[in-house]
Design a protein around this ligand. Structure first.
Ligand code: ADP
Length: 260
């Protein structure tokens, strides 16, 4: 990352102040919140602001400690060790962001334990080595809280190793500002999109696994500024990603068409 790089991030609470302290004290940080609520954007913004290198790992059920720590590979007649992203970040003092950490295999959580307490060290079992983290190393993880179906929980013993910040969808005024900044959409249309999102977010009776994220609204706004008719943009960027239930889709379409 170069110093000239900039990124737009609109603070929604006191997360920037908290992160500045995290950076001074090098405490591990957990960002809690639904998909598309700005967690990754926030970490990218802080990395640029603090002029630190950022490694992001999107964790999924196959993500293992080996993927993060490193592995031996065979090159010609030789076997050589290749550091994984976690090891590289630990050695060089980068920010390592484990996105959706609860989705990873349990050995990932075990591997990061000793990095999240006073030891700040990483044990590389395949090398029989323990490395001390660089003084600048910061571990950030994100987690989608369990009130949403289909997401894995994070054990209390793991959660308590992190300082935690909650992310949620921004208030309507802030969210509309984000849409305008991200896409150049007219403010009055941005407000309409945000109003649609608020309405759908309150429809808990639909039982949606995930509701309308800021990310989906940004996509809708991008399509509209690119010339797609507004209703069609809302259908494809906001409604269709939410559900496959035909009745629900129709109900949401009827509702949105009234609003935009
Ligand atoms: P998450 O990591 O929580 O899944 P992201 O950080 O990827 O979500 O956010 C999705 C998109 O929403 C971003 O790419 C950005 O366009 C927009 N966004 C959400 N919150 C903000 C914010 N506070 N400031 C700027 N953009 C935001």
């Amino acid at each position: 990352m170069t110093q000239t790089e900039t990124i737009f991030y609109k603070a929604v609470g006191n997360e920037i102040e908290v992160f500045n302290h995290i950076n001074q004290l090098k405490l591990p940080l957990l960002l809690k919140g639904p998909t598309g609520s700005g967690k990754s954007r926030f970490v990218e913004f802080m990395a640029i602001t603090l002029n630190k290198k950022l490694y992001t790992i999107s964790c999924h059920e196959e993500t293992s400690a080996t993927d993060l720590i490193g592995r031996y590979i065979i090159k010609g007649a030789e076997t050589i060790w290749i550091d994984g992203p976690l090891t590289t970040a630990v050695k060089n003092g980068y920010i390592l962001y484990l996105d959706e950490v609860a989705e990873a295999r349990p050995d990932v959580i075990v591997a990061i334990h000793s990095l999240t307490d006073h030891r700040r060290e990483l044990f590389i079992d395949k090398l029989g080595e323990t490395i001390k983290a660089h003084p600048d190393f910061i571990l950030v993880a994100s987690f989608n809280p369990g009130y949403q179906k289909g997401f894995k929980e994070l054990k209390p013993s793991t959660r308590q190793r992190f300082v935690a910040l909650s992310f949620n969808y921004p208030n309507p005024k802030t969210e509309a500002e984000i849409l305008v900044n991200e896409t150049g959409i007219a403010a009055e249309i941005a407000i309409k999109l945000v109003t649609i999102a608020s309405k759908i977010r309150n429809l808990t009776e639909l039982g949606l696994t995930e509701t309308v994220s800021t990310r989906l609204l940004v996509d809708a706004a991008k399509l509209i500024t690119n010339g797609l008719p507004k209703r069609l943009a809302v259908h494809v960027a906001v409604i269709e990603p939410l559900t496959d239930e035909l009745d629900t889709i129709q109900a949401l379409k009827d509702l949105c068409d009234l609003m935009i």
